[in-house]
Design a protein around this ligand. Structure first.
Ligand SMILES: [Zn+2]
Length: 346
């Protein structure tokens, strides 16, 4: 019996937790090792693991990392109390030290009030579990902490969660991206509840070749214009008859007569238009901005021309336009339509 106990003791050092960087992997390997140990033959290695096996593997490591706590409790009650008394830990029948039930004043659980095992800060198992929880969705420190607390009480968990986040490559990359973006570009208006078409982005795309209404051989170029409402994501599509400023203003007039005047109209410079040809980009840059600025001024509409790129917007518009183009191409195919027919398609 003593020999058997020693063998279990040795399992931990044989598995050697320091070699693992994944909580899942550790538990699976441990479950297999325990299965081999229990059956006393290698068939355990090919066993299909069950949830219960994983629970046993977890229990194995909980007890393993509580060993120093247990030793302190037994040999140096004073130190133990100094460190942990406020958590009111108790040892469960199965030998696991838990906190929770009697310590509600100090132990604020996120969503359940059951007892959870107490884990020390300095054990790889605690860190593997905390990292495992963090890596699921890379949330902030507070969220990581409360998720972990529904399962384990790790000493100094805040410090651990902060450190994990600080050393996490995806989190750092994400933070860097966020810092690189000019967050001032994100109009807060967009996030406030507002009536539809209050904050609107406008993006030209295309062009489309059209034929003359009278002279059927004449060719011209029209382009599409997509308006999208920032708060509701509603979309309005129209087509402009030519590259001129007045051609674009006609589209605007049709838009406001249907949807009303937005409070703010956002538009990008030609070079930022993801779905416009070079030609159209140049045309957009050639527009008379003063005439555009004046448009709608008496109806409370302000133009916002963004000069730098606005990454919060581009992806959305790009996807939107892609879908619109596909639908239009399906409808017209190779035909070259006169303007009024193209407008009908739009
Ligand atoms: Zn992360």
């Amino acid at each position: 019996m003593v020999a058997a106990a020693n063998e279990v003791d040795n399992l931990a050092s044989r598995i050697d937790i320091s070699r693992y960087s994944s909580y899942d992997k550790l538990l699976k390997v441990t479950a297999r090792v325990l299965a081999i140990y229990e059956r006393r033959n290698l068939r355990g290695a090919t066993k299909v693991l069950t949830a219960e096996d994983i629970v046993q593997a977890e229990l194995f490591w909980i007890k393993e990392c509580q060993k120093p706590l247990m030793t302190t409790l037994k040999d140096d009650k004073k130190t133990f109390d100094k460190l942990y008394a406020k958590l009111c830990p108790k040892v469960r029948d199965d030998g696991v030290m838990v906190v929770g039930a009697r310590a509600e004043r100090h132990v604020h659980f996120s969503h359940n009030r059951q007892e959870v095992p107490l884990l020390p800060y300095h054990h790889k198992f605690s860190k593997l579990y905390a990292t495992h929880v963090h890596n699921r969705a890379h949330p902030g420190v507070q969220t990581t902490v409360s998720k972990i607390r529904s399962r384990y009480w790790i000493v100094n968990l805040y410090k651990m969660a902060k450190s994990i986040r600080h050393h996490c490559v995806p989190c750092r990359r994400h933070e860097k991206d966020m810092a690189g973006q000019q967050m001032g570009k994100l109009p807060l208006e967009r996030l406030k509840p507002s009536p539809p078409w209050t904050y609107v982005g406008v993006d030209p795309f295309g062009p489309y070749t059209i034929r003359g209404e009278v002279n059927k051989r004449a060719r011209g170029k029209a382009y599409g214009v997509v308006f999208n409402c920032f708060s509701t994501r509603a979309v309005h599509v129209d087509v402009a008859v030519d590259y001129s400023t007045s051609g674009f203003l006609q589209v605007l007039r049709r838009f406001v007569s249907l949807r009303g005047y937005p409070a703010e109209m956002y538009s990008d410079g030609g070079s930022q238009l993801a779905a416009a040809s070079r030609e159209l980009k140049l045309a957009v840059d050639g527009w008379d901005q003063n005439r555009l600025q004046e448009f709608g001024i008496t109806d409370g509409m302000t133009w916002k021309f963004s000069m730098a790129d606005s990454p919060w917007q581009n992806g959305v518009t790009e996807t939107l336009i892609k879908g619109i183009k596909k639908a239009i191409n399906h409808a017209i195919g190779d035909q070259i339509l006169p303007f009024h027919e193209l407008q009908t398609v739009f």
